[in-house]
Design a protein around this ligand. Structure first.
Ligand SMILES: Nc1ncnc2c1ncn2[C@@H]1O[C@H](COP(=O)(O)OP(=O)(O)OP(=O)(O)O)[C@@H](O)[C@H]1O
Length: 253
């Protein structure tokens, strides 16, 4: 299922935060969204999730404008893992993940074994199944992040938007999560700061700067020393890793 934006602009007062952005994420692709702090990545993700209305332009799922799609149907399709996702206090891990199933239920439909299997599967994928009964408040930052991702997976989405999902995670879980996202049979757009992870795990990259898309294409094409200087003001040397065959960025001090 594809997600696309056409000439999307979003402002706060007179300040343009997302400036005339057009993009397309094809079915099943994992696309990385790169850009410096404040370049508009989170704002764009919120527009794509339908949480904000653009001032001009449109967002579409499979070519259908999301403003024409019922809220509940949208909630079944798109999962959004926000950067600072909040969850109610005093819930067990399992109950947080169960929230992901809400869009699939009407007020009168009962919880069934498929729901249980989906929740267990999601918990297992992020390595939190054995912590199902632990209280949310007692989790570490990284464990909370993994539970948020399990909640998104329990939603069985066709599109998943993730805002810096590896924040708080140790390197083992960062790599595990990026691998999981890249292998999911869903359309994924993921805001990410680690350029080497973007190179290793994304099919394509979109680069933002001051609210605009300034580059897009495969990591092989996009990740160049000149682009990284222009956008991030960092000096790099880039070669092909002998270990995974993808571009590897070395930072030069
Ligand atoms: N509701 C708002 N009111 C005012 N300014 C906002 C609002 N939302 C976003 N901004 C501003 O828009 C710019 C883009 O913010 P956004 O969070 O989208 O950037 P980002 O690329 O996700 O940054 P980061 O990498 O730091 O997470 C920032 O300068 C931010 O201060």
């Amino acid at each position: 299922m594809s997600i696309s934006a056409e000439n999307v602009t979003w402002k706060v007062g007179k300040k343009i935060i997302v400036n005339d952005v057009s993009l397309r994420v094809n079915p099943g692709e994992t696309v990385g969204l790169l850009g410096p702090n404040g370049s508009g990545k989170s704002s764009l993700l919120r527009l794509l999730a339908g949480l904000r209305r653009p001032h001009s332009g449109s967002v579409a799922l499979d070519g259908k404008d999301i403003s024409q799609i019922a809220k509940k149907q949208l909630a079944r399709r798109i999962a959004f893992v926000e950067q600072h996702g909040m969850t109610e206090a005093n819930m067990r891990v399992r109950d947080v993940v169960k929230l992901g199933r809400i869009p699939h239920h009407s007020p009168f439909s009962n919880w069934n074994t498929h729901d249980d299997e989906t929740v267990n599967g999601a918990l297992e994928r992020v390595g939190m199944l054995d912590r199902s009964d632990q209280g949310w408040q007692s989790l570490s930052g990284g464990e909370r992040q993994r539970v948020h991702i399990a909640r998104a997976l329990a939603q069985s989405p066709t599109e998943i938007l993730l805002d810096e999902p590896t924040n708080h995670l140790d390197i083992h879980h960062q790599l595990q999560l990026m691998k999981l996202i890249s292998e999911l049979p869903v359309t994924s757009l993921v805001a990410i700061h680690d350029l080497n992870h973007a190179s290793m795990f994304c099919d394509a990259l979109i680069v933002m700067q001051q609210g605009e898309v300034v580059a897009r294409g495969t990591p092989e094409k996009i990740l160049t020393e000149s682009l990284l200087w222009d956008v991030f003001r960092v000096e790099t040397r880039i070669d092909i890793s002998p270990y995974h065959g993808k571009k590897h960025i070395h930072y030069v001090l």
